[in-house]
Structure formats: C-alpha cells, structure tokens
Design a protein around this ligand. Sequence first.
Ligand SMILES: Nc1ncnc2c1ncn2[C@@H]1O[C@H](COP(=O)(O)OP(=O)(O)OP(=O)(O)O)[C@@H](O)[C@H]1O
Ligand SMILES: [Mg+2]
Length: 476
Amino acid sequence: MGNLTQRTPSLGLSLFSVVAISAGALMAFHGYLTPGELVAMQGVLLGLSQSISDVADCYPQLVQAAAGMQRIDDILLEVPQINDSSTADVMPRPSRQIEFRGVNFGYTDEKLNLLDVSFRVPVNTLNAFVGPSGSGKSTILNLVTRFYEAGSGTVTIDDVDVRSVTQLSLRSHMSVVFQESFLFNTSVRENIRVGRPEATDSEVEAAARAAEIHDIVLAMPQGYDTLAGERGSRFSGGQRQRIAIARALLRDPAILVLDEATSALDPVTEDQINETLLRLAKGRTVLSVTHRLSPVAQYDRIFVLKDGRVVEQGPHAELLQQNGVYAGLWNKQSGFTISKEGDHVDVTVERLRAIPILSKLDPDLLKDLVSDFITDRIPHDRIVVQQGDLADKFYIIVRGQVGVSIRNDDGTERKLTTLQDGDYFGEIALLRTVPRTATVRTNGECIFLTLPREKFSKLLERAPEFRELLSRDYPA
Ligand SMILES: Nc1ncnc2c1ncn2[C@@H]1O[C@H](COP(=O)(O)OP(=O)(O)OP(=O)(O)O)[C@@H](O)[C@H]1O
Ligand SMILES: [Mg+2]
C-alpha cells in the first residue's frame, strides 16, 4: 500500500511535466511564451513535484499512525467496570488474613464460574490453587486483585471488603506474575522499573539480585542498558520470568500472586525459579495458581477447585490421605523421573498400569514395555498430531500443556480442551491405523513419552490373550 501511494503521485507528476514542458516549448516556439517564462515555469514545476512527493512519502506513515491512534483511543475510551466509591479508604498493608466468604461470581449472566467459595488464608503463608483447566483458579486471583468483583459474598483483607478501598492502594500491596511476561523493547533496567517507576537504580539492582538475574544481566556487554528485544526476545523464557519477578519484587508486595508463573519453563529452569520464589516468599503471602503439583507439596495450604467450587483444602500430606480429587491429580503426575538434561524420562510400571488400555497387561510384559517408550521433547506452539493424519503413536504428557482442537466443516477451528501433566492421548493408534480425530498443539515446551505402534504390536504377538481382551474392549 505504501509503495502504491508513493508511486502514484510521482508517476502522475512526471506525466504532467512531460505534457506541460512539451506544451510550453511549443508555445515558446510560436511566440506565446518567452524562453525566460518557460524556464521559470519549469522551476515552479520542479519545486511542486518535490513537495508533492515529500507529502506522498509521509502519507503511508500518517495512515498507519492514525490506525494506531484509533486503537489507543479505543483503550482510553474504555469505561472501567470496576470503580472506586467516593468514600473509598486507603487500604493499609495487610497484617492478618485474606478471606473469601460465600463468594459467587460469573463473568456472564448465564453461568456462575465460582460457587459458594469460602476460605481463609493467614498472611505470610504459601497457598496454592490447583484443579482442572477452567475450574476457576485464575478467577479467584481476579477477585483478590479486584480485576473483577464478587457477585455475592465478600472478599476481605483484614476484614476490610476489597470493594471499600481504592484500587490503587489495594494493588500497591500486590504483585502479579503470569505464565508469559511481557518485556518492552527497552533496557533491562527500565523493564524492571515498570514495577515501580520512581525506584532508584540501586533499588532496581537489588530487586534483580533477589530474583537472581543480576549476574546474568551484568555478564551482558551493555549490562542493565541491554535492550530486551521485541517482546524480550534477547532473553530465554527463564530469564524473562526472572526479570518479571524482579519487576514484581520492586514493589515489595505483601501479597505475591502467581498464575502459572513457571509452568511454561523447562524442568530444570522451573525448579530453579521455584527455589528462588520460595526464598522470596518469606514475609509475604503467596497465592499461586499452578497445575504442576510437585512444588506445592511444601506449601502451607492447597485449595483444590472443581467446577467453580473449592472441593478440598489442606496441606499436601492431609490431602493425599483423603484420597480424593487431589490424590487423583497427584497420582496422575507421579511415577515419572526426568533426567537432569530433560532428554530422558523413566516411568514406573505402576504408573503405566493406571492407563486403561495397558491396565490388564501381564506385569512382566508391562515391565518390558517401559523400555519401549521414547522421550520426545517438543517446543512451544508446535503441532504434535494433526487431525486427519494417520495415527502411529500413543502419547503421555509427562509435563507441559497441550490444546486439543478440531476443524469444523467450514474450516474454522474449535478448541475442545486442554490436557496437561499426566494426561494421555492417541491410545487407539496402538491398535489400528486410523486418522487422528483432533489436532494437538503444544502450549509451552512439553515433554512426552511416546509408544510407537510397531513396538506395541510386537508385544501383542507375545500375549494372545491380551490381544483378545483388547479387541473386545476396543472394537473397531
Ligand atoms: N473473561 C472471561 N469471560 C468469560 N468467561 C471467562 C472469562 N475468563 C474465564 N472464563 C470462564 O470461567 C471459567 C473459569 O476460568 P478460569 O480462568 O478461572 O479457569 P482456570 O482454573 O484458571 O483454568 P486454566 O487452568 O485453564 O487457566 C472457565 O469456564 C472460563 O471459560
Ligand atoms: Mg488460569
């Protein structure tokens, strides 16, 4: 578009010049114009064409800038849903507890996404919210931070309703770290300072030191002046999260809110950052949403959500004993050992037995099958299986998250569900060659254990009774 708007006027002008100069020359020849007037006219024409082409050069930028301004305008004109009342107080630093009492909440009128949620969290404790995708974990955080307000019931901090204080004072006590952190294409220093714009350079560096990113930044040629690159592309995922943690710490928050803050990272980096977070949690209240359970085993309290309700709560050991939803989630994620480099996974026979299609296999054969599994590490946003492709492998997600979607007849994609640590898919591929019924795409780096059909078929040759059983349980 830019080239077209630039070329059109200059082409038009050139044509016009050809005509004008030819006509001028003819008129001068016949004595209607003096040669001096002809030269003057050409001078004016040259100046005019230069000016027009200058304007044409700017035009594409102007059009783009106008579109950008329109978007900024749209955001500025957005009417906030959450407003402070005229009598709103300033919220003092939390010193006792955060409490939900009979909270019901729905994003829309059609459906409640939180149902009668009640719990209490003392300050300076570590708290985790776990449960299946869509169960309402992030929604709880949205109500604590007051990005949304409870429909009925109350959310209080030290018995003060969060709706009765100013949003500014409430949020001054909180920092939030999400799964993906946005870095601006400016210096590391300014990226951290986003947390508290008036912070001094030494405060920024202290926060970076606490988030254990200081040495890495110093090792870069430009140190704290290093530009982060478009969306922080100069840094690895783990480094980006550390910068985001430094940004969060700069506010010295009483409440640290983490929404899957480490779940998109590779296992080694994830463990390291979780250790950092545990150190930083001292003297703060941590509310952490995560689908990965091993780090929360040492938390003070775990809340298990299901369909918008808190169905279990307590420390890890207690919840395991209850043998309920949490124990089920825990067992699903147990039984895998990932090598330090993350390139090899060992799985126990007991874990394999929990997968229905393998559950009736003879113990000795199941033991042999363990070594037939292949570890497969797949980066973020890759297609793992494509709808319609012929299936030849069974997948277990050892860690990571995938989105499952199907293509509608009109070509649009419809998201079906999210699968994560301990889930599996494609078991029919072990039995017969059929097209995949859905597309599976990684959402963050994933580690899979895969079992190719030819390995499974070899095993079946040694177990005719099991083959019989399968053909009955999984008829074609
Ligand atoms: N802005 C929104 N508008 C409408 N519905 C929403 C919105 N955000 C979330 N929901 C719905 O509310 C429910 C709870 O969502 P929530 O984000 O709290 O789930 P979650 O437990 O955090 O899941 P995940 O593990 O996938 O992040 C889901 O059914 C979701 O579709
Ligand atoms: Mg969520």
